[in-house]
Design a protein around this ligand. Structure first.
Ligand code: NAP
Ligand code: MG
Length: 404
């Protein structure tokens, strides 16, 4: 069988710990035998980030802008313990934060559904993709403890010195106050990424805020989305057979529980933080969540939603067998390969990516799975495999599928 050729390289961002180990096995067993893999490799593993003073992360983000599609392994975001463990020169920023800032993108998280692992919400039949705005609001707020009676105002001083004031509250006693902001540029990028991703994946888009209470702040988000939709996307959505739907956040939360899924739910920063954890845990497993960063200019970076699975890595280093689930990392690769195939018009690459996804799901549905899934499946007679044997089982399934 001839290997599938690629024309443009994928930006490959390697990572840390157990996911770095899985990364190598996935490439060796599930990709290299079938595809003449063309990648531009960036080692975002912590030791090399430290060696390059994190320049490698910046370079990988620039390469992503250049080529348009990246696939990323999970990476360590250093804290004090990691600085000590890896003898780091400093406490580097989160690579995901650096890449997100460079691409000005929005992160879309979707669950991978398999028979036998049922969502807690029984009527969810299709994935719900959560899009979280990643800038501002309470995450970049200024706060003050108010010690006692007095007046708090918002003051805007224009460049010419003119002031506009808005009373927050006249305090009769102690309390707290918070001032937060967002930017038209960021809200616009967020809206654009959401509309583009809805079109690219042919799914309805929901957006919700609390505009009835927040008549200027949240209302502005609603207006930015609506104006962009009316001006740029109404016709395109109609042609694609999808809809844009705005509602109040509390109404959205109530409705989400009653629908089948199969749509994108765009959330402001805080709502997205809270709702993505609810949606992912209700779908079953963090190891089955994929994540893609989409920039408003249409650049894509695919990854798993989980971290480097540190606890498993130490067992692996101690020579113990681990049953770490590689599914979300496999889907990061298939997402990236399919997107590359779409952009470069290589239908075989798209077909291969879809077949590998199906082989992965079929393998689980046949009863072969990693421990995390075995613990939550309704299936009986399951075979719990270690990571390597599970990847081997997927290889057998994809090989049979490609020969059929
Ligand atoms: P984690 O890697 O997400 O793992 C937390 C726990 O979830 C694991 O101990 C494991 O539970 C379970 N789990 C997650 N993924 C799994 C998989 N593929 N298969 C089986 N079980 C899985 O989070 P962490 O261990 O708290 O964080 C480790 C490092 O990841 C941190 O340094 C953090 O900075 C980094 N991180 C990176 C990203 C990213 O690059 N996108 C995201 C989050 C965290 P059991 O131990 O019970 O089996
Ligand atoms: Mg959270």
């Amino acid at each position: 069988m001839d290997k599938i050729r690629m024309t443009t390289p994928l930006v490959e961002m390697d990572g840390d710990e157990m996911t770095r180990v899985l990364w190598k096995w996935i490439k060796e067993e599930l990709l290299l035998p079938f595809v003449e893999l063309k990648t531009e490799y960036y080692d975002l593993g912590l030791p090399y980030r430290d060696e390059t003073d994190d320049q490698v992360t910046i370079d990988s983000a620039e390469a992503t802008k250049k080529y348009g599609v990246a696939v990323k392994c999970a990476t360590i975001t250093p804290n004090a313990a990691r600085v000590e463990e890896y003898h780091l020169k400093k406490m580097y920023k989160s690579p995901n934060g650096t890449i997100r800032a460079a691409l000005d993108g929005t992160v879309f998280r979707s669950p991978i559904l398999v028979d036998g692992i049922e969502p807690v919400v029984t009527n969810w039949k299709k994935p719900i993709t959560l899009a979280r705005h990643a800038y501002g609001d309470v995450y970049k707020a200024s706060e003050m403890r108010i010690p006692g009676a007095g007046k708090v105002e918002l003051v805007y001083t224009a460049e010419d010195g003119t002031e506009t004031r808005e009373l927050v509250h006249t305090f009769a006693g102690p309390g707290v106050v918070q001032g937060m902001h967002n930017l038209d540029s960021s809200i616009t990028s967020f809206a654009k990424s959401c509309f583009e991703y809805a079109l690219a994946t042919k799914q309805d888009l929901w957006f919700a805020t609390k505009d009835t209470i927040s008549k200027k702040y949240d209302h502005h988000f609603k207006d930015v989305f609506q104006e962009m939709y009316d001006e740029e996307y109404k016709e395109k959505f109609k042609e694609a057979g999808i809809t844009y739907f705005y509602t109040l956040i509390d109404d959205a939360v109530a409705r989400v529980m009653k629908v089948e899924g199969g749509f994108i739910w765009a959330c402001k920063n805080y709502d997205g933080d809270v709702m993505s954890d609810m949606v992912s845990s209700a779908f079953g497993s963090l190891a089955m969540m994929t994540s893609v960063l989409v920039s408003p200019s249409g650049v894509y970076e695919y990854e798993a939603a989980h971290g480097t699975v540190q606890r498993h890595y130490y067992k692996y280093l101690a020579g113990e067998e681990t049953s770490t689930n590689p599914v979300a990392t496999i889907f990061a690769w298939t997402g990236a390969l399919a997107k590359r195939g779409e952009l470069d018009e290589i239908p075989e690459l798209i077909t291969f990516a879809k077949k590998l996804e199906k082989a992965t799901i079929d393998t689980i549905e046949s009863g072969k799975m990693t421990k995390d899934l075995a613990l939550i499946t309704k299936k009986e007679n399951v075979t719990v495999l270690n990571s390597q044997d599970f990847i081997q089982a997927i290889r057998a399934t994809i090989t049979a599928a490609l020969e059929a």
